[in-house]
Design a protein around this ligand. Structure first.
Ligand code: UN1
Length: 495
């Protein structure tokens, strides 16, 4: 019997009001049914927002360090349940166990950071221009936060949004991706066990159109935080723009790794493999372009091919597996379609390019790690986000050309440069158009306490992670206190 899951709305576990459900299956083994989940709609969202609004009245008045204590407890519970969460996460979305352990650890780091941040919330006091008058600022919660999350980091990304939102004093309505509802449920259980007031966290399962859209359009939601594709992000931003609603967007990437002739090639290969094929290439920070200087190009490609061929595909909970399945059949078709486009465009496919179906792999959505060479920057496979185990190699003559190819994309999330020349490293840090630049490290692996986000079509200027996430979920308020006992007119009486 498949486990039956529920929403959590208004302080209780419940089915979708209309009673509809959907199934979720293990992407490495379609026969493995993870559970039956409520397929919610606008009615459920309305109930959830109403409950959150109610909870906000009291939660906003709880001292921030007390909210931080709850975050600390949540972090401790995540430590206790880490392995169990990771096993189930691998079963639910496919990436290998070491990576789901890392995903959970990112949530733990975010929880402990939230505890610390709850005692800071720095807000400057500055001198007033008038005598006997004080000028200061404070940070206030916004109200109800709508949190819409992707499936590739089913624990880390929700924590990046929910923990700062709650720590700031907001109440939350959370929609996990419909490919990872069990991990979303595990997180909400931890929040409740940690002591978050039940109505302050609401969980609504379902799709983007039936749950995400009503949440975005709800007049009583004050801030939306979304991670997903740039296409969907643009639509959400349009809807929020009409309502003047704050929105934080974390969208696509087409991240490049530059490899210069002076680089340590072994190190650059380690980075490329991890960046391109870790999480089966399904990270918004994944390395999807390798921009290689011509003198080392052929050697680099030979080394990359040799190492790629050795990668072992399989169920991520089994020992020795390097690469798991992709998330679902729809994504696998999209990836394969891009591979066919690449071949038509004249790129040379060195390996992969096919569904992997040997033995047990036939039960899941496996795709062979794929490398293209002879790629030019204007090709579709060098421009569009593929979100799968496909990497393209672009040959360049010089460092300047490498930077201009790296910047020749609509996106600007992560980037990396392998070089041992300190001058090149600093020029890259200055001239690359991206939110994150790594020197001698892969494009993936951002740490929870630093700003995370990108420029151009990757987002709308906000940064998750670290202290910057707290900007998203709070409003500045300016306070003036005049203790002179008389009317003092700014800009007039002091001139
Ligand atoms: C994402 O792919 O959406 O930097 C997030 C990294 C991870 C987070 C990725 N810490 O790759």
């Amino acid at each position: 019997m498949a486990k039956k899951y529920q929403n959590f709305i208004n302080g209780r576990w419940c089915d979708a009001i209309d009673g509809e459900t959907f199934e979720n299956r293990n992407p490495a083994d379609r026969d493995d049914l993870i559970g039956i989940f409520p397929k919610s709609n606008k009615k459920d969202v309305d109930e959830a927002v109403k409950a959150a609004r109610e909870a906000f009245k009291e939660w906003r008045l709880v001292p921030a360090p007390q909210r931080g204590q709850i975050m600390k407890k949540i972090g401790d519970l995540m430590v206790q349940r880490k392995e169990q969460i990771a096993r189930e996460m691998t079963r639910e979305m496919g990436k290998v166990f070491t990576e789901t352990m890392g995903d959970t650890q990112e949530g733990i780091d975010t929880a402990y950071y939230a505890d610390g941040e709850s005692r800071r919330f720095f807000a400057p006091s500055v001198p007033s221009e008038l005598p006997n008058k004080v000028a200061m600022t404070t940070r206030q919660p916004m109200g109800v936060a709508g949190v819409i999350c992707p499936w590739n980091f089913p624990m880390a990304i929700p924590t990046w949004k929910i923990f700062p939102a709650l720590t700031c004093g907001n109440a939350v309505v959370f929609k996990p991706a419909s490919d990872v509802p069990a991990t979303g449920t595990a997180l909400v259980e931890i929040l409740l066990d940690g002591g978050v007031p039940p109505k302050a966290i609401n969980l609504v399962h379902g799709t983007g159109s039936t749950v995400g859209s009503p949440l975005v359009e709800h007049p009583d939601v004050d801030v939306i935080s979304f991670t997903g594709s740039s296409v969907v992000g643009r639509k959400i931003a349009e809807a929020c723009g009409r309502d003047l609603k704050r929105i934080s967007l974390e969208l696509g990437g087409k991240n490049g790794q530059i490899v210069m002739d002076d680089a340590n090639l072994e190190l650059a290969i380690d980075g490329a493999l991890w960046g391109a094929f870790g999480t089966t290439g399904q990270r918004c920070t994944a390395t999807s372009r390798l921009i290689v200087q011509e003198d080392v190009h052929d050697q680099f490609v030979d080394m990359l091919l040799e190492r790629t061929k050795k990668l072992k595909l399989g169920y991520g909970n089994n020992e020795g597996v390097d690469v798991g399945p992709v998330i679902n059949e729809g994504q696998r078709k999209i990836i394969h379609n891009y591979v066919q486009i690449g071949q038509k465009e004249g790129a040379r496919m060195l390996c992969g390019g096919q569904y992997a179906t040997d033995g047990d792999l036939a039960k899941g959505y496996f795709y062979k790690p794929t490398i293209f060479t002879d790629v030019t920057s204007e090709m579709c496979i060098a421009q569009e986000e593929i979100f799968g185990p496909v990497v393209v190699v672009i040959k360049v003559k010089s460092f300047d050309e490498a930077i201009s190819v790296l910047n020749d994309t609509a996106y600007g999330l992560s980037s990396s440069v392998y070089t041992n020349d300190v001058n090149r490293a600093f020029r890259a840090m200055r001239d690359i158009e991206a939110g994150i630049t790594y020197i001698n490290g892969p494009t993936i692996g951002a740490e929870a306490h630093l700003p995370f986000g990108g420029v151009k079509d990757t987002g709308n200027g906000h940064r998750e992670g670290g202290w910057t996430a707290y900007e998203i979920f709070s409003e500045w308020k300016t306070l003036y206190v005049d203790f002179s006992g008389k009317l003092q007119r700014a800009q007039i009486d002091n001139q």
